[in-house]
Write a protein that binds this ligand. Structure first.
Ligand SMILES: O=P(O)(O)OC[C@H]1O[C@](O)(CO)[C@@H](O)[C@@H]1O
Length: 451
């Protein structure tokens, strides 16, 4: 099981940390909110116990494994979870390996951003004859996804390939354009439960299908999440990692620490921080409270990579404004390790000889953690005994539950994202989408441009 170390979130370990009194005051509230959420059973919990969703993915296994390439076409919650899984659970050279070296599983590519250079370079790398395109969109109307969908449709058409043999949708079970096209053209379509938000959907077919295609043990993923959920509903806050994380981040927010840095000391877990960023930002950044008051609430998620960002960000974390909490993500056992040979006796280098690279990485984490504590900057650690599907499943569940608790503490709705719509509508207007012609939007009356 993942472990959590909150020591440096608290006094006396960190001056200005959480006091015992502050924590005991919030404990009854945390217990009440844990009870409420376990009673409410939000969609991200229900999805774990919906066997049909997993079966629908498993039913496609034989078909999917015929292909060589799996291309995820989606953005935000429709791609970040799958990208985090692929990056964490597959070696960095996965796409360069042969099919037999991949154990019969597929290469994986992501078409998220509509950057033509990037999209073209991905399409250069895949032969559509041996490719399955997974078009993932809960709403079925996201412009980036639909643009990429039409591009690959065009590609299949010029190759005389049948779209229903190379495309699988993941979308709303009833609503939206993709569902309509699926019915019209008999294209296979997996369901995203209607009440499940994109950023909470990694443990649904949104994440499970790509994960299966690259050989991830999706049952272990769900089992990890279920075992974490069992801890998330513990009423004793001291035994409940999600309640502890929410209480600590909330109490530090009250102390002015609104910025949440996630700093994995692992390249494989770095993309998890991207998934966390959407979850935290889109769930907690809300203009209105549940009572309709203007609150402009939210905590700002920032990602950093250990140890690389020790050499770029830590100066700020230690000596800049005291407005952050840092979450280190530690790996205890890496799949591989390297012994540093002793080449020179010079004092500046000899101490590294005979040591393991993982040893250096871990001591760098501890060094940074202690330097923050020395500067009275709070931090916590999430500890992965190793990196596998079971642990990833836990991580997703702990953070989804923590986010739900933060929504209660901040008195906002963590499941909607009204603030993303205006930008989309202005884009529709600029792209001359029917019905958006009259969109008025602010133009700078005073232009300040340096040519
Ligand atoms: O799955 P969809 O509906 O294409 O949306 C993709 C993403 O866009 C958002 O709606 C934000 O614009 C996210 O909430 C969502 O994860």
């Amino acid at each position: 099981m993942l472990r959590f170390d909150f020591s440096f979130m608290f006094e006396p370990n960190v001056k200005g940390g959480i006091t015992e009194e502050e924590f005991s005051q919030i404990q009854p509230t945390m217990t009440r909110f844990v009870e409420e959420i376990s009673r409410e059973k939000p969609a991200f919990v229900k999805v774990l116990f919906d066997r049909n969703l997993m079966d629908a993915v498993e039913d496609l296994r034989e078909w999917i494994l015929n292909f060589d390439n799996f291309v995820v076409i989606g953005i935000g919650g429709s791609s970040l979870g799958a990208a985090a899984l692929a990056n964490a659970l597959k070696p960095f050279d996965w796409n360069y390996l042969s099919k037999s070296e991949r154990g019969g599983y597929l290469r994986i590519f992501f078409l998220e951003n509509v950057d033509p250079d990037y999209t073209a370079s991905v399409l250069d790398r895949i032969d559509p004859r041996y490719t399955i395109f997974n078009v993932v969109s809960k709403s079925g109307s996201t412009a980036e996804c639909l643009a990429h969908y039409q591009i690959i449709r065009g590609l299949l058409e010029v190759r005389g390939l049948n779209p229903s043999e190379h495309i699988v949708f993941t979308t709303d079970p009833k609503k939206g354009l993709l569902r309509r096209i699926a019915e019209r053209e008999k294209i296979v379509a997996l369901d995203i439960p209607p009440e499940l938000g994109g950023r909470f959907s990694v443990l649904s077919p949104v994440g499970l299908l790509p994960a299966m295609a690259i050989g991830v043990d999706i049952k272990a993923l769900i089992d990890g999440a279920k075992d974490a959920y069992a801890k998330c509903v513990a009423l004793d806050v001291w035994k409940n990692p999600a309640a502890m994380m929410a209480a600590c981040h909330y109490l530090h927010k009250l102390k002015g620490r609104r910025i949440s840095v996630m700093m994995p000391y692992s390249n494989r877990l770095y993309t998890l921080a991207d998934w966390f960023r959407q979850l935290w930002a889109e769930s907690l950044g809300k203009k209105y409270s549940l009572n309709g008051e203007e609150v402009y609430e939210g905590l700002t998620p920032i990602k950093a990579l250990g140890v690389v960002d020790q050499h770029s960000q830590v100066q700020l974390y230690n000596e800049g404004p005291d407005d952050k909490t840092v979450t280190f993500v530690e790996v205890e056992n890496f799949d591989r390790d390297i012994l540093i040979p002793s080449i020179h006796d010079d004092e500046e280098i000899s101490y590294l000889g005979g040591k393991r690279l993982s040893n250096l990485l871990r001591n760098e984490l501890f060094g940074t953690e202690r330097s923050l504590a020395f500067n009275n900057r709070p931090s916590m650690r999430v500890i992965f005994p190793s990196i596998d599907a079971y642990e990833l499943g836990q991580f997703f569940m702990y953070y989804e539950f923590t986010t739900a608790l933060m929504g209660k503490l901040l008195n906002i709705n963590p499941y909607d994202q009204p603030g993303v719509e205006l930008g989309k509508q202005i884009t529709y207007s600029l792209m001359e989408r029917k019905g958006f012609e009259k969109m008025a939007f602010p133009e700078p009356s005073k232009r300040v441009v340096i040519e």
